[in-house]
Design a protein around this ligand. Sequence first.
Ligand code: NDP
Length: 500
Amino acid sequence: MTAVHVPGTPVIDDGRLVSTSPATGEEAGRFPVATVDDVARAVDRARVAADWWAGLGFTGRRERLLRWRALLARRIEELAQLVHVEGGKPVPDAIVEILTAIEHIDWAARNARRVLGPRRVRSRLILAEFTGHLEYQPYGVVGVIGPWNYPVFTPIGSAAYALAAGNAVVLKPSEYTPAVGQWLVDSFAEVVGEQPVLTAVHGLGDVGAALCRSGVGKLAFTGSTVTAKKVMAACAETLTPVLLEAGGKDAMIVDSDADLDAAAEACVWGALTNAGQTCIGIERVYAVDPVFDAFVGKVVAKAERLTVGAEGADIGPITMPSQLDVIRRHIDDAIGAGGRAVLGGPGAVQPPYVHPTVLVDVPESSVAVREETFGPTLTINRVRDADEAIRRANALSYGLGGSVFGRRRAVAIARRLRSGMASVNSTLTFAGMSTLPFGGVGDSGFGRIHGEDGLREFGRAKSITRRRARSLLPSMTFERTSTDVARLVKAAKLMYGRRR
Ligand code: NDP
């Protein structure tokens, strides 16, 4: 019997996790819920697969990962449709998400050898008789825990880099998007059928917790800050290293010399795409006084044209029904604290949808400014100048991404944002650039996916020294004489004793 439930809320029916569309209630898939033993077995199998996968070397893995990339590209519409049904995301947004993920697989596959492969490292005068060798060896099995809001992009952001580095991956998709997670695993198995190199375990949060305690070599988590702390605590029990990609409350700064049309267009996209359910979504804007009114007018004009609905609309449903209460609370708090809704407002929350809402003059103490809203809402506040904008943007404990619109000072402002990433004269674009690392500071987590740092995140640095010649100045031996030690003292003073 299928339990009665709010569309989109996952239920467990006869030991199976059933996921449904938040818009229509249509079933997207049902998957056996893993027990703690199931998780342990999956990790054990992955450990064997990891040895085989690592043994393929960079070339063998590259060839297979590129074939997986090609399969995803060929079936992009099929996957986008599943993302749409299961999470409610508009199909064009799903296409953009999948395309970005494909780009990351391509880059990771092509660059893993260059970044992680063995190389010689120069020695210096001290230990000049040795050569250094460096390589990054895989952890074995990497556990990947993913959220529902970008169910392709976020797990692949970790998994593609972990796989390229030579690890097997056990994925725990969000309970809201297990079908997409399983689709990724099944498509990978079509290309790499020999061993379970990429597998999934399904269930609720306790399955993620079991994965943290399963003895994986590393755990890559993407999700909320609250859960990130639980994941880190669970991993601490076994000193399992963690990578944490957590929540955000990203700010956009509009300076006096900004192109206001471009800023408004990027702001509306950055804040409202995926119904605002984006970790790096723009949730707060600080516009300097001379351009504030014109900028707000342009944002409202663009945002009020967006359509809301299940099919063919710009803004789909809120994926996680319980989030509707959070969004409503934030809008009410902003208005109760003295803010004004220049678009939308309390009536904008019409489950399972939220219509675009633009709030201005919201006190910085409001939860609408301080906490992650994860809805198609936005606060825009007036500031005196860029310095005040930076101060306010940096006032929160989150520090994921950010955006700056302007000309002369824009890059300097972007550098001063306390965040792991920033886009100048665009929003969210750093996520799609596979050559750049992605990650946050403070409550937004630590560690990096994407780019060279993202590859190194999934390899342990292995350092090897090798003797080439006899030591002229022996130091690391009991055979050294008092004359050797006197020479060492002299050398230390000569080499390092100067002030510069
Ligand atoms: P959650 O933190 O609720 O869940 C994330 C994942 O963790 C899910 O798979 C969840 O499983 C699992 N989980 C829950 N409890 C535990 C536990 N105790 N131990 C281990 N795993 C657990 O986040 P959401 O899925 O709601 O995703 C939204 C959040 O993700 C937002 O805060 C957003 O900002 C953030 N995010 C961050 C990104 C980044 O790159 N920094 C990118 C995308 C999103 P289950 O779903 O079954 O509960």
